[in-house]
Design a binder for this molecule. Structure first.
Ligand SMILES: C[S@@+](CC[C@H](N)C(=O)[O-])C[C@H]1O[C@@H](n2cnc3c(N)ncnc32)[C@H](O)[C@@H]1O
Length: 279
C-alpha cells in the first residue's frame, strides 16, 4: 500500500487545536519514548504531525463526538466517504444536523464532521461563510475524500479511548510513557465537556505530579497555571491568532502560551530543539 501523507493537514479545526504550535511542540518531545499518549486529543494536531511518535500510541478525549468521528474514519472510511460525498454546503442542512438526529454511528460521525468543518473556527454553533476566498460552507468535498484515506492509515495502530484524563493517565502510565497534555485553558473553554462540569486544573496537576512517565503540557499563560506548576520547568512560547491573522493581514497579534514539563525542556530548547516564535 502506498503511503498517504494527507493526515499531516489534520482532519478538523478544533477550539484550542495546536495547528499553529505543533512545530514548536514537536522538537520538545523526547525520542526515547515507548508510548505516546494524548489524554486531551481534540483534533489531534500534534499526533498527526508525525508518521509515528512511538510503537504504542493512544488518542483520548472525553467528548464522544470526536471519539466516534475518529473511530469511524479508522474502521469505516469507505462508508464515511459514501455518506459525505453528496452533502450540500447549505445553511439548512447545518441547522438540521445541529439538532443531532442520526440513526447510525456513521451518520453521527458525518453530521459532526459537517458541523465542525462548516462552522466558524470549528465552534460547532455558527454557520461559517467565507467572504474573501474559498472555504467555510463552500469548501471542496474532493480534498476531504482524499484526506479521509490519509487519516484512516495514520490511525491504523492508534488506540482510540473515550475516558476522563485521570483514569486514562493512570491506566497507561509507565517509565517509558509520554503524555502530551493539552487541557482546556484556565480562562474558560467552550467545550461540550465543560457544559456540565468545570475543568479541574488542580486535579490534573495532582495526577501529573505523581506519574512515572514524562509529560509535556500546553496552557494559556496565567498566574494560576504558573502557580500550580511552579515546581516544574516552564517555557513561554507565542503563536499568532489564526482566525484574525487570516481575516486581516494587518492584524498580527500574538498570544503567549506556556509549555510545562517534568523533564528538561529548557535545555532542549537551548540546544536548538525548538523553532518557537521568540517572546
Ligand atoms: C485544547 S483541546 C485539545 C486540542 C488538541 N490538542 C488539538 O490539537 O486539536 C482540549 C480537549 O480536552 C477535552 N477534555 C475536556 N475535559 C476532559 C477530561 N476531563 N478528560 C479528557 N478530555 C477532556 C475536550 O473535549 C477538548 O477536546
Amino acid at each position: 500500500m502506498s503511503k498517504n501523507n494527507n493526515f499531516k493537514n489534520g482532519l478538523i479545526a478544533w477550539i484550542g487545536g495546536k495547528k499553529l504550535l505543533r512545530k514548536t511542540i514537536a522538537p520538545l518531545i523526547p525520542k526515547d519514548i515507548k508510548s505516546y499518549i494524548e489524554p486531551f486529543g481534540g483534533g489531534a494536531w500534534v499526533l498527526f504531525y508525525k508518521d509515528k511518535w512511538a510503537e504504542h500510541e493512544v488518542y483520548n478525549d472525553l467528548d464522544g463526538r470526536l471519539v466516534n468521528l475518529f473511530r469511524i474514519v479508522k474502521y469505516h472510511p469507505k462508508a464515511f466517504k459514501d455518506e459525505i460525498k453528496y452533502l450540500l454546503g447549505s445553511r439548512e442542512m447545518f441547522f438540521q444536523f445541529l439538532k443531532g438526529q442520526f440513526i447510525t454511528d456513521i451518520q453521527r460521525a458525518v453530521q459532526f464532521f459537517f458541523i465542525v468543518t462548516r462552522s466558524f473556527g470549528g465552534n460547532c454553533r455558527t454557520f461559517g461563510v467565507a467572504k474573501r476566498k474559498q472555504g467555510g460552507a463552500c469548501r471542496s468535498q474532493y480534498t476531504v475524500l482524499d484526506k479521509i484515506d490519509g487519516i484512516h492509515e495514520r490511525l491504523d495502530t492508534v488506540l482510540i479511548e473515550n475516558r476522563d484524563f485521570e483514569t486514562l493517565i493512570k491506566q497507561y502510565d509507565h517509565e517509558g510513557a509520554f503524555f502530551y497534555c493539552d487541557p482546556p485553558y484556565s480562562s474558560g473553554t467552550g467545550y461540550e465537556t465543560s457544559s456540565t462540569k468545570e475543568f479541574e486544573h488542580e486535579r490534573l496537576r495532582d495526577v501529573l505530579k505523581n506519574i512515572k512517565g514524562r509529560f509535556l503540557l500546553s496552557y494559556d499563560d496565567s498566574p494560576k497555571i504558573r502557580e500550580l506548576y511552579k515546581d516544574f520547568e516552564i517555557i513561554e512560547v507565542s503563536r499568532y491568532n489564526g482566525i484574525n491573522h487570516r481575516l486581516d493581514a494587518n492584524v498580527n497579534k500574538t498570544y503567549k502560551e506556556l509549555l510545562i514539563a517534568n523533564y528538561p525542556i529548557k535545555r532542549m530548547r537551548a540546544e536548538g530543539n525548538s523553532d518557537s516564535v521568540p517572546v
